[in-house]
Structures are given as C-alpha cells and as structure tokens.
Design a protein around this ligand. Sequence first.
Ligand code: COA
Length: 326
Amino acid sequence: MENVKIIGAGYAIPDQKVSNEKLSQVVDTSDEWIRSRTGIVSRYISRQENTSDLALRAAKEAIQSAGIDSRMIRLILVATLTPDNYTPTVACQVQAGLGLNDQPIMAFDINAACSGFLFALECAASLLKEGVALVIGAETLSKILDWNDRNTCVLFGDGAGACLIQRVQDGSSMTFYARSQGDVDHALYCPDRGLQPDLVNQAQQKTYLSMKGRDVFRFAIQAMPDAIQQVLAGQSLDSVDLMIPHQANIRILEHVSKKMGFGMEKMFVNLDTFGNTSAASVPIALAQAWEQGKIQEGMHVILVGFGAGFTWAACRIQHGKGEDTQ
Ligand code: COA
C-alpha cells in the first residue's frame, strides 16, 4: 500500500471521430454487429497527432486540473505499446514538450499492453519520493491495425489519459496488484518488423495486431475478478463507490458485474464513444470521472485492467480519509 493521492487528471483524443457506419464502408462489418457484440458505437482515429502529441496534451490537461507548477514533477511514466519511435521514449518527448528538460526528472515508458497504465501507476507510486509523478497511458493503435481485418480493427481507437499523484498523509492510499502470464499462443499479438539477416536485401515488413477474440474474452472474465478480489483483500465490494475498468467490451464488463454482484451503475463506461484505447483506456475513463466530479474525498475507487502479454492488474484507491480510517 502506498500513501499517494491523485491530484489531477486529464485526457486528449484526436479530432477524427469514426462511427461504426463509417467503418462499415472500409471493412466488411456493420453497426449492428459491432454494437451488439461489443457495445462500441464510435472511436477516434488520429490523422496527424502521434502518441507523444496526445500524451502531451493529456499531461497539460492533468497539470491544469491539479493547478500545480509543472516544475514539481519528478517522475514521468508513459504506458504505451505504440510509441512514436523505438527511441527516444514518449516519456522523454513529454518532458521536452512540457519544457522540463532542466528539471531532475526520471522519465521512461512501460509496455504492459492494456494493463500498462496500472503497471505504470504502481511503479510511479513506489518510485515517488518527493514532488509529483505524472502517469500517462497513450496510444495510436491505428498505426498497427490491419484495416482489412474486421476481427480487430473495429475494436480499437486512439487517445491518451494522464494523472498526477503525490505522496500525502491524509488517509489516502493506493493498493496494487499486477500479474503477468506469458502467452505462447499469440492470443493478442503484434510482431516487430523482424531480424534482417540478409544485409543486402532487407525486407521492411509491415506488421499488424492480431487477436484470438474468444480466448481473450475467456481470459478477461477470469482476470478482472481475480485482480479485483486481490486488491479488496477480504473487504466487501459494497464499500466500493466506483469501478473504472479497462474499456474493451461491454459484454466483458456485464459478465464481471454479474459474476461479482457489482452493479453496472457503479461501473464507469465510455467504450461506446472511444472503443478500446489499450493503455489509454483506464486513464481516459479516470480523467472523465475526475472531470465529472465522480471521485470525491472519502471515496473508494477500483481501477482494473487486463491485456496482451497476458497481463492483468488492479488498484484500490482510498481517495482521502474513508469512513473506516476516520
Ligand atoms: N463484423 C461482422 N462480422 C464479424 C466481425 C465484424 N467486425 N468480426 C467477426 N465477425 C464474424 C466472424 O467472422 C464470425 O463469422 P462466422 O461465424 O461466419 O465465422 C462471427 O462474426 C462470429 O465471430 P465470433 O468470433 O464468434 O464472435 P464473438 O461473439 O466471439 O465476438 C469479439 C467477437 C471479438 C467481439 C469477442 O470475442 C471479444 O470481445 N473478445 C475479446 C476481445 C478483446 O477484448 N480484446 C482486447 C483485449 S485488451
């Protein structure tokens, strides 16, 4: 458990909204199929902004919402599987974009696919000694989607979410759980361009994300309840005011809700608008909940996610002093 608290949150999405209808002009699918199987109605696809651009915009929103001087930042962690470059990292690009190159900051990226933001939050909470940590989840998944593969391209979108955390002594805490299980079956898979043994005739292969949807579904409905139970550590789910899950598929969330006896009305859902934005999904939802005033002092919130790797994780947030800690 770490005595850290969220002090600000923000998000950024690209300017191009793509409806299911519009997508069905590009690939053999329909609004009815996507809606009924996933709950997704639209997603945002970036035309010009790369991952670091979205990450920087989300970071600026979070800083503004916290009302802090950005020079308080000591740590920048970005969760992404779609960075702009192999190097430099998106985190370093954000540091530069914020004009903080002269500050004593540690900045690096983390890739744990859709669980990445939760992994990054845990790392930030345990690494943070003084000042503020900026934790971001940012993706331009559209770069690695095969727009002819209806099994995958209809599910994903682009965006970024960010939050700022600070060490406090006001009863706030974060309790983490994170797990990985090496995937040998390529249930969610995107290879790199490959080795280049022939130095003369180098084939620059373009690669795409592929998925075994049913296997991922089966994994998700086991992994989410596991992570939630782990961070609850014996406490009742009734004490949880708000659940902010990874936004992959409404059917997964309904399944988890039913299995755990946790009402959908306490589950934050925005996948209808954004689709699955991988590492950006939990922080975008968190930032929207923050903006809508759904995270108040004394509240008990759970963030939970799962993704490729496989990876899965949760964070139980006591935001300010709770009833049981007063
Ligand atoms: N539009 C229209 N038809 C489609 C389609 C699309 N976009 N994608 C697949 N289909 C077709 C399939 O080809 C199949 O046709 P067939 O029966 O003629 O072969 C049919 O729809 C049913 O496919 P199926 O895979 O059985 O659908 P499903 O009910 O399992 O739903 C997913 C598919 C992907 C929505 C579901 O498996 C899922 O949500 N999995 C988890 C994915 C996920 O969360 N990924 C991200 C993890 S971070």
